[in-house]
Ligand binder design. Structure first.
Ligand code: ZN
Length: 109
């Protein structure tokens, strides 16, 4: 399973398995709209000649994305999940409220 318990934040939208600390292997994931998606699995032999930061950078580049660079993420005050800033309303309420929580939030006002 890839979740907040099994992954550590790496950079931008990129999260990596905590397994890297103990077993030198694991998943490289991106957090997209509250869900972790696996970009790649990294095995110990991939880390023999390169360090983890380099391997992650190569994987992100190979996926043709700017995941690593994207830092405009906002955590919803209600559910605690981090989303792209376009999915969190930080303007209209005292709390930062994501699209998923917005309806219930409004009902409680
Ligand atoms: Zn929310």
């Amino acid at each position: 399973m890839n979740n907040y318990n099994t992954l550590d934040h790496h950079e931008g939208m990129v999260w990596i398995s905590k397994l890297f600390k103990t077993e030198n292997r694991g998943n490289i994931c991106v957090l997209l709209n509250g869900e972790f998606q696996v970009l790649a699995y990294v095995s110990p032999d991939m880390l023999e000649t390169r360090d983890l930061d380099t391997v992650v950078a190569d994987i992100v580049a190979a996926n043709g994305t700017s995941y690593k660079l994207q830092t405009n993420l906002i955590t919803c005050s209600i559910c605690g999940i981090t989303y792209d800033e376009t999915l969190v309303n930080i303007v209209d309420y005292p709390d930062d409220v994501c699209k998923h929580c917005e309806k219930n939030y409004l009902d409680e006002q």
